[in-house]
Design a protein. Structure first.
Length: 223
């Protein structure tokens, strides 16, 4: 990542390569999962790409999940329960791994201390040139939370109003294994919304519809 994004991204890169897939592991206890849908476009013209590279996706987490790396009081890194990233109409390979960063009062982006939630997705691996990583970051003032725990509800979405996407070439090596030699391929917009949760009445109607469908299927087989 660019030099303004501190060396936590190197730790994330190494952990993704070590564990390969960070989806759905290390859940401490059952809890209601939360899902954020996101979309936007990356401008990669500065690195020889197109100016408009649309993307969509989502990421889901269990609030009770235990971080697999923690650096109190400023950073914790978690697996995701599920995610999807579609960039330029192509879905990325989920076997390459992804993770969630929770920042607390941290200068992670070189703009001063913030609270932030960030999705890090490995898009492509290359042992020589380095891995290509997609980043979706939501940040806000340091009074949004005073914890490294994952959010337990969607209230943070109205508070983390600074939102940015990026694509980075995570070049191997670098001084002390850091990110000084990583290449920022482009930045872009980011919109994020809470996933819609069906109302109880909607769930009941859906269940009744499925039951009726099953009943009709049985009658057809008997006929």
């Amino acid at each position: 990542m660019a030099p303004t994004l501190r060396g936590t991204f190197t730790a994330m890169r190494l952990l993704i390569l070590t564990f390969a897939v960070l989806v759905g592991v290390a859940a401490a206890a059952p809890a209601a999962p939360l899902t954020v849908n996101f979309s936007g476009s990356l401008d990669l013209s500065g690195s020889g790409g197109a100016a408009d590279n649309p993307f969509t996706g989502f990421f889901t987490w269990n609030p009770a999940t235990v971080p697999f790396q923690s650096e109190p009081p400023n950073l914790a890194i978690y697996p995701v329960a599920a995610y999807q990233l579609i960039l330029n109409g192509i879905e990325t390979d989920q076997s390459l791994g992804a993770g969630l960063f929770v920042f607390n009062d941290d200068n992670a982006f070189g703009t001063g201390d913030v609270d932030a939630l960030m999705l890090f997705v490995t898009v492509k691996t290359d042992a020589v040139a380095g891995n290509t990583a997609f980043i979706a970051a939501l940040s806000g003032p340091t009074n949004v939370w005073n914890t490294l725990d994952l959010p337990t509800d969607y209230s943070f979405l109205s508070l983390l109003t600074t939102r940015v996407s990026a694509l980075s070439l995570e070049v191997p090596g670098g001084e002390n294994g850091g990110d000084a030699n990583d290449i920022l391929l482009g930045r872009g917009s980011l919109a994020a919304t809470a996933a819609a949760v069906p109302e109880p009445a909607t769930l009941t109607l859906a269940a009744l519809g499925l039951a009726a469908f099953a009943g009709r299927s049985r009658l057809r087989r008997r006929g």
